[in-house]
Design a protein around this ligand. Structure first.
Ligand code: ADP
Length: 548
């Protein structure tokens, strides 16, 4: 028997219509550097998104599920693109502006993007790529920047403001199949070609509802969210969609992502919430320690994308800023787990819950697979590879125009679960603790050493600013850890002292023998430690390694 309920598709246009009417007065604030910040209401942004969709359809000829790319910072115009493109039935393709040129070219060609909307300040990045991007027919430029860079382009060039002004704020949004493609994002391709994850209207709608739940980001219209996580990094963790459901104000940093302008932004605009990877919070902490600013408005901060060092959480606690640890992936939209502790715990126990990767929400089922694929118990001890499934979890990768969906066996189980490549344990109450990425674990004489555990212990040392640990080949043990350390200003390298500090926290056989001080830890395009680069630096003899 079928239900008697209405079958209304869960589409992005419904989120848009809701946000621009019910929460029409909520604000998107975009930082502009020296001048006053730019403010636009949800009603205005929604109206402009509608004009943009009309322009894309009537003037640029975008139809069906054609791809429209964005190469943009976090700003109001990018939010407009987020709603205009999927609502008309086309597919939003956010381009990661920190990728190497050849990867960007590969991705645009693979997705066959027809249009790119670009911030003027990013034209120096786009212009040299254009000869290699035959599918791009139109370039829409928003904001200041040197248009002369596009003089040789074969594609037609449009001004964003002129384009949208020439079209009416009316669009009869189509009733789309909720399972159809709304947006796509490529993983950063640390191994092999990048892989395209295609989000559906339904997955975005359901994910946005989860973001708004108290067990996740839990925001409402009294909040203002500072979205530091880039809009090209997994839909800015779902925040632009989620805020249109609940009316949370957005504070967008545009290209001002360095610690000093971020600190100023927070002091002046007083956001109550913020989201970013640990590297950003490390940088901000160093900044406000050196040049004090009042960042105490930020009561609630989501930190994820990489493990949160305990010392970082403790330091922010002292500033009255509560970090909430979250785990997710491009393939999981990204919300997987969030570490809100159960109520009523004493402080130490609460802290240990907050340092886990967090608790599974209803929409994410998880299991742990052992070395031979056997399913392990949730006992808080049995470690295996995390596998997940749910309505906002990828079941395949995009195979290209006309291509098959891709389901590589190392990423999807035979029964359709996503293999995350993350290794960890799950407690009986559903809290996940990750020990490492499978490819970063150090396999020493048949035992596993967690690189993250060593890094966290090192970063608790008062003279260490950052630390990254990687596996290096070892004749006797197969692999051993190499510790690379960034020292705080004025500190000097005393490896024996650091090793003794670790020995109080870590089993002796796990302590690194090889050490190197580095000026900075190399970072990936989304600001995570790039261990592949460190391993290569070691192999190429570029590090000044001391063996103890
Ligand atoms: P990339 O693989 O390029 O880093 P993603 O942003 O999709 O792209 O990264 C997802 C991965 O990031 C996860 O599989 C996991 O290894 C890591 N990760 C995300 N959040 C956390 C966290 N809270 N703790 C530890 N690792 C995390």
């Amino acid at each position: 028997m079928l239900s008697t309920m209405q079958d209304v598709p869960l589409t992005v246009s419904r989120i848009l219509r809701h946000g621009m009417t019910i929460h029409g007065k909520s604000l998107i604030t975009t930082w502009t550097g020296q001048e006053a910040p730019h403010r636009r209401t949800f009603a205005e942004a929604g109206e402009r998104a509608t004009r943009l969709a009309r322009a894309l359809r009537d003037e640029l000829g975008i139809d069906g599920d054609q791809r429209v790319a964005t190469l943009m910072w976090n700003n109001a115009e990018h939010v407009e693109a987020y709603f205009a493109i999927p609502s008309m039935g086309a597919v939003l393709h956010t381009l990661n502006l920190r990728l190497p040129a050849e990867q960007l070219v590969w991705i645009v060609n693979h997705a066959a993007d027809r249009v790119v909307i670009v911030n003027g300040t990013l034209l120096p990045l786009l212009a040299p790529l254009l000869p290699h991007l035959p599918t791009i027919e139109h370039i829409v430029v928003s904001g200041p920047g040197d248009r002369a860079l596009l003089a040789d382009s074969d594609a037609q060039v449009h001004e964003y403001e002129e384009l949208i002004a020439a079209h009416p704020a009316e669009f009869d949004w189509p009733e789309l199949d909720e399972r159809s493609a709304a947006a796509m994002c490529y993983t950063s391709g640390t191994t092999g070609d990048p892989k395209g994850v295609v989000y559906s209207h339904r997955s975005i709608y359901l994910h946005s509802m989860q973001v708004n739940m108290r067990e996740s980001m839990g925001l409402d219209d009294r909040d203002t969210a500072l979205v530091v996580v880039p809009q090209f990094h997994v839909n800015a963790w779902g925040l632009p969609h989620a805020v249109f459901m609940t009316g949370i104000g957005l504070l967008m940093p545009d290209r001002f992502l360095q610690p000093a302008p971020l600190a100023e932004m927070i002091e002046r605009e007083r956001p109550s919430y913020a989201a970013a990877v640990p590297t950003i919070w490390q940088g901000l902490l160093a900044e406000v320690t050196a040049n004090p600013r009042d960042i105490s408005s930020m009561k609630n901060v989501t930190i994820g994308g990489a493990a949160c060092p305990p010392a970082l959480m403790d330091a922010y606690d002292k500033l009255g800023v509560r970090l909430c640890h979250a785990w997710g992936m491009t393939e999981t939209s990204p919300l997987g787990t969030m570490a809100h502790p159960p109520a009523g715990l004493a402080q130490e126990e609460e802290r240990s819950y907050r340092l886990t990767q967090g608790r599974l929400p209803t929409g994410v089922e998880a299991r742990l697979a052992g070395p031979t694929g056997e399913i392990l118990p949730w006992d808080g001890r049995s470690a295996g590879e995390l596998e997940v499934r749910g309505p906002w979890i990828a079941g395949a990768y995009y195979g290209g125009a006309g291509g098959e969906e891709l389901r590589p066996a190392d990423k999807f189980s035979a029964d359709g679960w996503l293999k995350t490549g993350d290794v960890g344990v799950i407690a009986p109450d559903g809290y996940l603790t990750l020990t490492d990425r499978a490819k970063d674990v150090i396999k020493s004489g048949g035992e596993w050493i967690s690189s993250v555990e060593l890094e966290n212990a090192l970063m608790a040392h008062p003279e260490v600013a950052e630390a990254a640990v990687v596996a290096v080949p070892d004749e006797k043990w197969g692999e051993r850890p190499l510790a690379t350390v960034v020292l705080k200003d004025g500190a000097s390298a005393d490896y024996e002292k650091l090793r003794a500090f670790l020995a109080e926290r870590i089993a002796k056989w796990q302590l690194p023998e090889r050490w190197a001080v580095v000026p900075a830890v190399p970072k990936t395009s989304v600001g995570k430690f790039d261990k592949k680069v460190i391993r290569k630096q070691y192999a190429d003899g570029e590090l000044d390694v001391t063996s103890l």
